[in-house]
Design a binder for this molecule. Structure first.
Ligand code: G6P
Length: 497
């Protein structure tokens, strides 16, 4: 197996300074799980990522910018003489603060995220100004260069031959830069968020959208969670750069080589979700929720999300308000429990959105509240054990995203639910391709349809609910997260013989 060099903005672990010294905290997300699961089969793997706090930066200085070897068990720790079992090298890259701000809070998260999730109201937004152009050059382009150098350096240390796995919308320019420096590397870029049609990209200035597309075409494979995104990517190559595209084969012809667009739907680590679901910590949360929100055989609608405008939290609450308007018999009988993790609050668009969420909750709770009952119970927190307890107890789980690359909440929830809960799943999520047959499909902009879907779910026959939930859980068990990474690596190895 060739060495693997992986790049993502968030790393697999962050350092923390404690009274007893530096410790490591594992990062969230499927990528860490997938790579940890495969690490024992990889001879040599290094994960390049951004330093995210002062403790990470200190470690970079101590190691003079080189990678650090980390072991996974029993808990994540820096390798020492007693370490047995698989390890992974992590290379933290320090980005100068102002540059990082331009890259993250001006380009990646408002502009790219909003374009790719279709979040702009185009009559008034976005306004591309001289500052945007500057943030692109000074932030996005420069940060991409910095990471491309780190990746190329790691490939070089491995003799120039490695599989390079680039991740997400933060690094669209890296593929081409690495190819120039490492012509023998096999490069893949996984885009975890939706890739929209060519027209949607026309919101961005031509040099940005074409520059990013050309950057991606430096790879051998550009991968997505859905075939729809892969097709849109091929259409962009045809429409924006007039390149010959074979839609059936999923390839773009660059003359001397071909770039493939592929779909690999990511999943969750079934074992770790089920182990957490069986823990005492989750049971304690469950008991708490049962004795409060589920007392007197009440029902529970649940959502768990980052407070991201793409998640469509405001419309979800408005639909619930409509449900209570139209079915007054449900007042006092059903609570909407929302566990929401504040996200990207340094980006103004995200801070505004969280304020809007707070406003709509206050409005609906004021309009409908009754003695001993509050319609929406919103908790701003990051608490995985609480989320899993809520998944277990949900009668209805709402995933009504405007658009979502995959959505792992839907997959986790159906694995652990104990009440034959019904999944309301947006047609614009990647997860809908796999779970749509076992869910009530919701159209993210249609409040009435979402309210009707909530009513249908709350009144659905138990046998049907049981069948749908079983089908969804079996589907998730049939495609685990390790498979996601393994099949990509197998395909990349095969490509180059
Ligand atoms: C999405 C993106 C990831 C990102 C995560 C959290 O899942 O695809 O790349 O890391 O959101 O966002 P944050 O900006 O907090 O890293």
């Amino acid at each position: 197996m060739l060495p693997v060099v992986l790049l993502s903005h968030r790393g697999p672990a962050t350092f923390r300074r404690t009274p007893s010294g530096l410790t490591l905290k594992r990062g969230a997300g499927g990528l860490v799980t997938a790579l940890m699961g495969l690490a024992e089969h990889l001879d040599d793997a290094v994960w390049v990522c951004a330093a995210s706090n002062a403790a990470d930066s200190m470690v970079i200085t101590e190691h003079e910018g080189h990678s650090i070897e980390i072991a996974f068990s029993p808990e994540m720790h820096v390798v020492d003489d007693d370490t047995v079992g698989p390890t992974l090298n992590v290379r933290y890259v320090e980005v100068e603060q102002e540059r990082h701000e331009a890259f993250y809070t001006r380009i990646a998260n408002p502009l790219l995220w909003f374009v790719q999730h279709g979040l702009y109201g185009l009559a008034t937004e976005p306004n591309i100004t001289a500052e945007t152009h500057e943030a692109y050059e000074f932030g996005y382009v420069a940060v991409n260069k910095q990471f491309a150098e780190a990746v190329a350096d790691e490939v070089g240390r491995r003799g120039g031959k490695a599989i390079v796995l680039l991740q997400d919308y933060h690094f669209y320019l890296v593929g081409e830069m690495v190819r120039q420096r490492c012509p023998d590397a096999i490069i893949s870029h996984f885009v975890h968020i939706p890739w929209p049609s060519p027209d949607a990209w026309r919101v961005l200035p031509v040099q940005m959208r074409e520059g990013m597309l050309r950057g991606l075409l430096g790879c051998d494979v550009v991968a997505f969670h859905t075939r729809r995104s892969a097709r849109n990517f091929l259409s962009c190559a045809l429409d924006m750069l007039d390149l010959p595209v074979d839609f059936r084969a999923g390839t773009i012809d660059l003359g001397d080589r071909k770039v493939a667009a592929r779909a690999y739907p990511i999943s969750v680590d079934v074992d770790s979700v089920e182990t957490l679901a069986a823990s005492e910590e989750v049971a304690a949360h469950r008991r708490g929720l049962e004795s409060t929100l589920l007392a007197d055989s009440r029902h529970l609608i649940v959502r768990v999300d980052r407070t991201d405008p793409s998640k469509n939290i405001v419309r979800g609450f408005r639909a619930f308000g409509l449900l209570l308007d139209q079915h007054p018999e449900l007042r006092g009988r059903v609570t909407f429990l929302a566990s929401l993790m504040p996200s990207r609050q340094d980006v103004p668009e995200y801070a505004d959105y969280l304020a809007q969420v707070g406003g709509v909750v206050a409005e609906i709770n004021a309009r409908h509240h009754a003695e001993g009952w509050q319609p929406i119970d919103m908790r701003l927190q990051e608490d995985l054990a609480f989320a899993v307890a809520a998944f277990q107890l949900a009668d209805v789980l709402v995933v009504n995203a405007v658009s979502d690359g995959m959505n792992l909440v839907a997959k986790e929830a159906v694995l652990v639910n104990q009440r034959d809960g019904v999944l309301l799943l947006s047609e614009n999520t990647g997860a809908h391709d796999e779970l749509g047959d076992f869910a009530i499909t919701v159209q993210p902009f249609d409040l009435q349809q979402q309210a009707d879907a909530m009513f249908e779910a709350l009144t659905m026959d138990r046998a049907l609910r049981h069948k749908l939930l079983g089908g969804a859980a079996d589907t998730v068990r049939g495609n685990e997260v390790e498979q996601w990474l393994r099949s990509q690596l197998d395909d990349l190895m095969e490509m180059k013989g």
